[in-house]
Design a binder for this molecule. Structure first.
Ligand SMILES: NC(=O)c1ccc[n+]([C@@H]2O[C@H](COP(=O)([O-])OP(=O)(O)OC[C@H]3O[C@@H](n4cnc5c(N)ncnc54)[C@H](OP(=O)(O)O)[C@@H]3O)[C@@H](O)[C@H]2O)c1
Length: 250
């Protein structure tokens, strides 16, 4: 257990399970107080919070639909009341469907854009002003590599997240003078033991990864700790790939 985040409150969205849970636990292991956000996974959030408490870290759970600015603002108020000001936000929550664009109903693509793009805007609009007052903060967003490479089966979430990358760069320019760093982490395929593909397809996909394996949630946590720590204080507006070399974007 380290102490690089002692005294820091970190909000991790979508942290009840999967990648968000791994990030929240890793931040707690560095001494952070965790604001554990969930939307539907209330039971799982409580289980994850208990695991974090067992590490000796403070944690509280907060429900919000990040597509709703009102929800996000209520969550912000509740976090400040219970845990104090938020030093870092990790936008891990996301929603995307895998299908061709022409199989969408229009209200379905709106929903993806509302979570993946407007969700990040809602969180920035709500949490970054307090960081500006504190004259410090870390605002970090996860996207998939499809945001930069395109992917015909992730066509809507990829488009929304390309917008997120642009937003994060502009935000970094806007709030740099208040010592707030805004960075994006772009993921390749993360194997969480629930990929619904056969063995042949799995092997075919892995061949596209120079490091010859898919990612694990533990491959992401080190970068998150770094981006939350003071070691990254002169890094902002960047996109970092964690993808086993699947795409090598300049
Ligand atoms: N897994 C991969 O291979 C991969 C690859 C590239 C990028 N990513 C990105 O990495 C992040 C984590 O991926 P993951 O596979 O661990 O999880 P995930 O299943 O994609 O979803 C993460 C969480 O997002 C939350 N969420 C969805 N809609 C929401 C809404 N309207 N408001 C608030 N929260 C909402 C859900 O919370 P509740 O469960 O509480 O409802 C869910 O647990 C996602 O942003 C994902 O797109 C993943």
């Amino acid at each position: 257990m380290g102490n690089s985040l002692n005294g820091r409150t970190i909000l991790v969205t979508g942290a009840a399970n999967r990648i968000g849970k791994a990030i929240a636990i890793a931040a707690a292991n560095e001494g952070a107080t965790i604001a554990l956000h969930y939307n539907h996974s209330a039971e799982q959030a409580i289980i994850t919070a208990k695991e974090i408490e067992q590490l000796g870290s403070q944690v509280a759970c907060f429900q919000a639909n990040i597509a709703s600015l009102e929800d996000v603002q209520k969550m912000h108020k509740a976090i400040e009341e219970q845990l104090g000001s938020v030093f870092g936000v990790i936008n891990n929550a996301g929603y995307g469907q895998m299908k061709s664009f022409f199989d969408y109903e229009p209200n379905e693509w709106k929903q993806e854009i509302d979570v993946c793009l407007n969700g990040v805007l809602n969180l920035a609009y709500t949490f970054v002003p307090s960081m500006k007052e504190q004259q410090e903060g870390k605002f970090i967003t996860i996207v998939g590599d499809s945001a930069r490479t395109g992917d015909r089966k992730l066509i809507v979430s990829a488009a929304a997240r390309n917008g997120v990358i642009s937003f994060m760069k502009s935000l970094a320019q806007e709030v740099g003078r208040q010592h707030i760093q805004c960075n994006t982490v772009s993921l390749g395929l993360i194997d969480q033991d629930d990929l619904q593909i056969g063995e042949d397809m799995y092997r075919k996909i892995v061949k596209g990864y120079p490091l010859q394996r898919l990612g694990k949630p533990g491959d992401i946590t080190g970068m998150m700790q770094f981006l939350l720590s003071e070691q990254s204080d002169w890094i902002t507006g960047q996109v970092f790939s964690i993808n086993g070399g699947h795409s090598m974007l300049g």
